[in-house]
Design a protein. Structure first.
Length: 316
């Protein structure tokens, strides 16, 4: 016997996110009535994760579905919603949810005139587009945005997919998404840069060297916040910071690389947060910044002052 409140779900976009969330909703006994898939990869993904679900045109999916899940790129979302509104496709009482992190329900304004109900359901995780993502959803949170009366519906859908809903205000969606992108996407860049440097000096498997360090660092940071901060910047070890910056400057000059710019930006941000927490004195903070500034000049001269015994702090 079907559970009460089951919906006919239409998936627009069988990318890595749409196909997985469609499978999760199907696992909660909702009926997936159709999926759109254009590329060969998306068709294969739909066949794997949503076997037996017909691949349909977008307008046919909207016509059949009680819940339409829009899993399309951010830049395509507004045009898609408006185009379907011009065609008169949206229906009264129909739930329309998108998976964009950047947008709340404002971008779904064109559906309101038809009496449809807008929801924003963004999973805060990266997707492979494979079945293992269904297991990872169990440890995932969604940023959800909806009108106050409809928020419980958005939250219930997330819970049914096995994840945890976290309400995000409409006005806060861009900062919410920036926080996730800054942490996740830029982490990949930092790891890639560190791996590149290690390979350059002959470390054949940098992932084996970085893995334990990064996993422990991430766990400590999540558990203890900035109390977990260690390293030469937090210690006020100006000589070491200056040596790092000089070496990276020379490395980038020979390779046309981008490592120095990332190191300088993160070191400056780390120093500012360290001084705000009382880990660094203002003088040490100034010395760190002077060392970083010197790395961009042709003639660096001697290492900047401030790395004497009186100014140094113990740490790991």
């Amino acid at each position: 016997m079907a559970r009460p409140g089951r919906l006919g779900v239409g998936i627009i976009g069988a990318g890595k996110v749409g196909a997985v969330l469609g499978a999760a909703l199907r696992g909660a006994e909702h009926a997936v009535v159709g999926v759109s898939a254009v590329s060969e990869a998306s068709r294969e993904r739909a066949e794997t994760l949503l076997p037996g679900v017909p691949i349909l045109e977008i307008q046919d999916i909207v016509e059949r579905a009680e819940l339409v899940l829009l899993a399309v790129p951010d830049d395509a979302l507004g045009e898609l919603v408006e185009g379907l509104a011009r065609l008169g496709a949206w229906q009264p009482g129909q739930l329309v949810a998108h998976t964009s992190g950047r947008f709340g329900v404002g971008i779904l304004k064109p559906i309101r005139a038809a009496g449809s109900i807008p929801l924003a359901l963004h999973p805060a995780m990266t997707f492979t587009g494979m079945s293992l993502d269904l297991t990872r959803l169990m440890d995932c949170t969604f940023g959800v945005t909806a009108d106050a009366a409809m928020l419980p519906i958005a939250q219930a859908l997330v819970v049914e997919m096995g994840a945890e809903p976290v309400a995000i205000a409409e006005a806060d969606r861009t900062l919410y998404h920036a926080a996730l992108a800054h942490s996740s996407n830029h982490l990949v860049t930092l790891v890639a840069q560190a791996s590149q440097l290690l390979r350059e000096i002959g470390v054949d498997t940098p992932e084996r060297m970085l893995g334990p360090l990064l996993r422990a660092t991430l766990e400590n940071a999540l558990a203890s916040g900035e109390s977990a901060l260690t390293g030469p910047v937090a210690r006020g070890d100006v000589g070491t910071v200056a040596a790092h910056a000089e070496a990276l400057n020379e490395y980038d000059a020979g390779s046309g690389g981008d490592v120095l710019a990332a190191y300088l930006a993160m070191a400056r941000a780390t120093a500012r947060r360290a001084v705000n927490r009382g880990l660094l004195k203002e003088g040490q903070f100034d010395d760190i910044n002077n060392a970083l500034d010197a790395s961009n000049t042709p003639d660096k001269g001697e290492a900047p002052p401030g790395n004497d015994a009186a100014g140094a702090q113990e740490g790991n």
